[in-house]
Design a binder for this molecule. Structure first.
Ligand SMILES: Cc1cc2nc3c(=O)[nH]c(=O)nc-3n(C[C@H](O)[C@H](O)[C@H](O)COP(=O)(O)O)c2cc1C
Length: 216
């Protein structure tokens, strides 16, 4: 049982990475082999529209033909039994690197048929952990939930199962007194970090446990 996680934050020790680490700890507690990939360590681009993955009889049919740092990671991902993506919300959606990663992960595995079909060879669990400044009320106000539901549906269609974990109103800066960010109340942020973030970590851990126990 192998569980792979992908960090779409440039920060390797902050909210998103911490939750992904907790999820992997949960999976490891059930004996799973785990690996965390930091997308910002890799030199790669999003889909370049070459369509090698869609070319009839082509050597790369159903696989991404682009050769960059992501190529060996995508290959490794084929052997994963569960995949967990994690991203901060940047301007209402996932980070640019996560978006590029998703294009490369999903496009080769999805046919342009009606209805679309998955070329991924097995059914696996996928999870998506989102972290954001937004509160649940902001999320609804800005329609953020639409991105989340769409990602869930795409991942379900391609990989079999998908669930989302949302961590709201995260602690963003090491020292709020050193940045111009009057919008936020540092005390409220610190309180939430102390009281709510550990609960989110617990939920991430439980996701990892569940993913190591069963498959899609
Ligand atoms: C470029 C940028 C854009 C952001 N845009 C949003 C946003 O649209 N909505 C939101 O709720 N938070 C936004 N944030 C805040 C982050 O989503 C939040 O701090 C997140 O938890 C950071 O994840 P990290 O600690 O793993 O890096 C933004 C942060 C950055 C750096």
């Amino acid at each position: 049982m192998k569980v792979m996680a992908f960090n779409g934050s440039p920060r390797k020790k902050w909210n998103t990475a911490t939750l992904l680490e907790k999820a992997l700890e949960g999976a490891a507690s059930q004996g799973a082999e785990t690996e965390l990939i930091h997308l910002y360590d890799l030199a790669f681009k999003g889909c370049v529209s070459c369509f090698a993955c869609k070319t009839k009889g082509g050597l790369s049919y159903g696989r991404c033909a682009v050769k960059d740092d992501l190529a060996p990671i995508l290959k490794k991902g084929e052997a994963a039994d569960s995949v967990i993506l994690g991203s901060p919300i940047y301007y209402g959606t996932v980070s640019g690197e996560m978006r590029s990663f998703m294009e490369r992960l999903m496009f080769p595995n999805m046919t342009y048929t009606d209805p679309p079909q998955s070329l991924f060879p097995k059914k696996i669990n996928t999870g998506f952990i989102y972290t954001m400044n937004a509160t649940p009320e902001d999320m609804e106000r800005f329609g953020l939930d639409q991105h989340i539901v769409l990602n869930e549906r795409l991942l379900q269609m391609i990989f079999g199962a998908s669930e989302s974990l949302l961590s709201f109103d995260t602690y963003q800066f090491k020292d709020y007194s050193k940045v111009v960010a009057d919008r936020f109340d540092p005390e409220k942020k610190a309180k939430r970090r102390k009281e709510i973030f550990p609960e989110d970590c617990g939920k991430a851990f439980d996701m990892g446990v569940r993913f190591a126990e069963k498959n899609g």
